[in-house]
Design a protein around this ligand. Structure first.
Ligand code: MEV
Length: 327
């Protein structure tokens, strides 16, 4: 029996636009998904706890049971189980063990579908744990690539490499199409996260942006403008100029809102953080609900978010320089 973990992430810049080849800069944060894998003769049994902050338990057996018996939103759960199934396929392929069976335990302190990269973290940790349990050690780059294939399969081909590369490698990363690298020299940014307790459907949100982009040239221009914001942001990343970084995060949020992926609660949390003096604030991840990320080196935004109606939880997040690892 072996356990691996991988971090969640926030997007400093570039979600959605990265799906169309623009650059993005996600940053791994010190909140992890942990996956334990144990070989069994055949099939797959999954035990999952704490996939939302409130936590729930699911027992899923892929031998004839279609729906796990659990009190949680079904689409979320099916998506989560889809990631695990696809991750196990990747393990079987990587270890050249097509019949390998597994019992898997998932524990996560990253809320599901909330923009903090829970699915990428679960996919990376599951691939690492499953492979190590079969005696195969993969390089983090290969785990990133296989976890990307997991996301692409679950999201009908609509995924970038950003979430999975970030979770596998840790730290701040830059992704532009297939070109993925770590961004060195990024110190600890004062991230504050606000979580509305909800979630967005990544596949649906990505499809919505795709439809807008196909219908309106100005929506395609908006996607390109996000790319420009990212390029500008990269030029100040790692410098003392957090003011410009914050201003660009605000800009990025406005462009994402124009593409229809913000929500009332995300906007409310963004404004609560800004009104409290945050250097910048934006939604993170696919949007629709879930989390915002603000930059603030005082306690003001954190306190304001805790008193903001619609904000379920607010917490600080620290850059995690480590990616997927054995526990
Ligand atoms: C989701 O965390 C980020 C998106 O850009 C989708 C992706 O990059 O695969 C919305």
């Amino acid at each position: 029996m072996v356990t691996s973990s991988a971090p969640g992430k926030v997007y400093l810049f570039g979600e959605h636009a990265v799906v169309y080849g623009e650059p993005a800069v996600p940053c791994a944060i010190e909140r992890r998904a942990r996956v334990t894998a144990e070989k069994r003769d055949a099939g797959l049994v999954v035990h999952a706890e704490d996939l939302q902050l409130d936590g729930f338990t699911v027992e899923y057996i892929d031998e004839g049971t279609d729906h796990p018996d659990v009190d949680a939103e079904n689409s979320l759960l099916e998506a989560a189980m889809g990631y695990v199934n696809e991750a196990v396929k990747q393990v079987r392929e990587a270890a050249d063990a097509p019949q390998a069976g597994f019992e898997i335990w998932i524990e996560s302190d990253i809320p599901l579908g909330a923009g903090l990269g829970s699915s990428a973290a679960v996919a990376c940790a599951a691939i690492d744990a499953g492979c190590r349990e079969l005696g195969v050690a993969l390089a983090p780059e290969e785990i990133a690539d296989r976890a990307y294939r997991v996301e692409a399969a679950v999201q009908d081909g609509e995924a970038s490499r950003a979430d999975t590369f970030c979770s596998a490698m840790g730290g701040a990363v830059r992704v532009e199409g297939d070109d993925c690298s770590r961004v060195e020299g990024v110190g600890n940014l004062p991230f504050v996260i606000g979580y509305d307790g909800g979630a967005g459907d990544t596949g649906e949100l990505v499809a919505g942006v795709r439809a807008l982009r196909a219908e309106y040239e100005f929506a395609a221009d908006t996607v390109e403008a996000i790319g420009d914001v990212v390029r500008e942001g990269e030029s100040v990343l790692g410098t003392e100029d957090t003011e410009t970084l914050g201003e660009l995060m605000d800009f990025n949020h406005g462009l994402l809102a124009a593409l229809g992926v913000s929500s009332r609660s995300l906007d409310t949390m963004v404004w609560a953080a800004r009104d409290a003096g945050a250097i910048g604030a934006k939604l993170t991840g696919a949007g629709g609900g879930g989390c915002i990320v603000a930059l603030d080196d005082t306690d003001a935004a954190l306190t304001a978010l805790r008193y903001t109606p619609g904000c379920d939880e607010a917490f600080r997040a620290t850059l995690d320089t480590e990616g997927v690892r054995a526990e």
